[in-house]
Design a protein. Structure first.
Length: 454
């Protein structure tokens, strides 16, 4: 009897202190494939962040003629970093520009190389014409002799036609693929969540605006998108080419500009107008969003992206925007379905009775309880975005030609069928990354489903 009472007491205590977040995490950890995929994803993110220090033809540390240099670290913020040293023989000053100096041919007193001592864009003229990972490779030593390459300087995954290291390209391509997937689905998530939440909460009859406010808000959406993304394309491109953090900062500024313009236009639209523009109009939000989803879903997404990419200027930022603008429909549908169910629950009815604004009810009370299916959709969407980017780069209409990605490496393998390493290694990287995201998405779906509670 005492044991039964203790069990009942512990059960009641657990129910009282129940946390859905803690429960979902426990459920997720029970899924072995999902938790292993999560750790693999963390490793890939770590590789993408530290790619500059893992694969670089500039040393992490070098001592040259008595001076200490940290080329890889010094060029991280300033790619054209320069320094000078005195030649002890001639007494002349020797200028070193870190990004173009051939450090392997300098007689360095001490040196610490990156794990992969090659950069993805710089060719090795001694190992051109598709050097195989298993073939004999050469390099020019500090004495100027062409000798067989030591193991630390080998191209462990081979080279392409002009001698670029494949492994270095894979490592730096991780950053491109993850950035495209996360940023593009970030755009899709923002659009899908907002449109789906508004459509599900208001329906076709619950939102009443004046015609002037309605038309001005639509104009603000178009105007804000133009000034936030189209007019700032160059700034966004330069930000992402400089570093991921700089690119995200510029992207955040663009989002604030967009929403700021929409908000200003909406506030201006509250002004009282006479006549036709002053009449109230029920805004059919649900119908507008649903028809937009149906129209976008009726178009082949890949063909639509290929068409837009062929017309617009090729850039990484534009590619992310295009994928994001064509990938929000699934997120919007999930959010709309959740809000149709949530809006009739007691706590939202109580919030309406207390006089809370619709904005507060949507974003503070309803949205936190309706995001569970959205996370699953985002996880699957990131995998889809990475696959789309790889496909476009493979076709030569994705990111610019000077950017090395997994898809562009696959495209190089198409030109030389005997160079199996240009197909196998990038293809394996794409396969692993997409599988990881899909398994995480399935794990989230099972963990966030209350019906599967154990």
């Amino acid at each position: 009897m005492k044991k039964e009472k203790e069990i009942i007491k512990d059960t009641k205590k657990e129910e009282k202190n129940f946390s859905f977040k803690a429960y979902a995490w426990r459920q997720f950890k029970r899924n072995k494939s999902a938790i292993i995929s999560f750790y693999i994803l963390c490793f890939l993110i770590l590789v993408s962040i530290t790619a500059h220090f893992i694969a670089n033809d500039q040393p992490l540390y070098a001592k040259y003629r008595g001076n200490n240099y940290y080329p890889a670290f010094q060029t991280y913020f300033n790619s054209t970093k320069t320094d000078s040293t005195i030649n002890p023989v001639s007494g002349n000053w020797e200028r070193l520009q870190f990004d173009i100096t051939n450090w392997k041919q300098l007689k360095l007193d001490k040196v610490v190389w990156a794990l992969i001592p090659y950069s993805p864009k710089k060719p090795d003229r001694f190992n051109r014409e598709y050097a195989s990972p298993t073939s004999i490779q050469y390099y020019k030593n500090p004495e100027g002799k062409r000798v067989e390459v030591p193991i630390k300087y080998r191209h462990h995954m081979g080279t392409d036609a002009i001698g670029r290291d494949v492994l270095s390209g894979l490592i730096h391509g991780t950053k491109i693929s993850l950035t495209v997937g996360i940023i593009s689905m970030g755009i899709a998530a923002i659009i899908g969540i907002i449109l789906g939440a508004i459509a599900g909460f208001y329906g076709d009859t619950n939102l009443v605006w004046s015609r002037f406010r309605y038309y001005l808000t639509i104009f603000g959406v178009v105007l804000g998108f133009f000034y936030a993304f189209i007019a700032r394309t160059v700034v966004l491109s330069e930000g992402f080419s400089e570093s991921m953090s700089s690119g995200l900062f510029q992207f955040t500024i663009s989002l604030f500009i967009w929403f700021g313009i929409v908000l200003v236009m909406n506030l201006i639209g509250k002004a009282k107008m006479l006549g036709f523009l002053g009449r109230d109009k029920k805004i059919p939000v649900d119908s507008i969003v649903s028809r937009g989803i149906e129209i976008l879903n009726s178009m082949p997404r890949l063909l639509l992206i290929i068409t837009i990419s062929a017309i617009m200027e090729r850039s990484m930022v534009m590619l992310m925007i295009i994928i994001g603008l064509t990938s929000w429909t699934g997120i919007a549908r999930f959010t709309r379905a959740e809000f149709l169910k949530i809006r009739e629950l007691e706590y939202l009815q109580a919030a309406k009775a207390l006089g809370y604004s619709s904005r507060r009810i949507i974003f503070k009370h309803a949205l936190p309880n309706g995001l569970a299916p959205v996370f699953v959709s985002i996880a699957f969407g990131i995998a889809s975005a990475i696959l789309i980017e790889s496909g476009l780069s493979f076709l030569g209409i994705g990111v610019p030609d000077d950017v090395v990605t997994w898809g562009s490496l696959l495209s190089l393998g198409r030109q030389q069928f005997e160079a199996w390493w240009l197909v196998m290694y990038p293809g394996l990287a794409i396969f692993i990354t997409i599988t990881v995201y899909n398994l995480i998405g399935e794990g989230l779906r099972d963990a966030l489903d209350p019906k599967l509670k154990q």
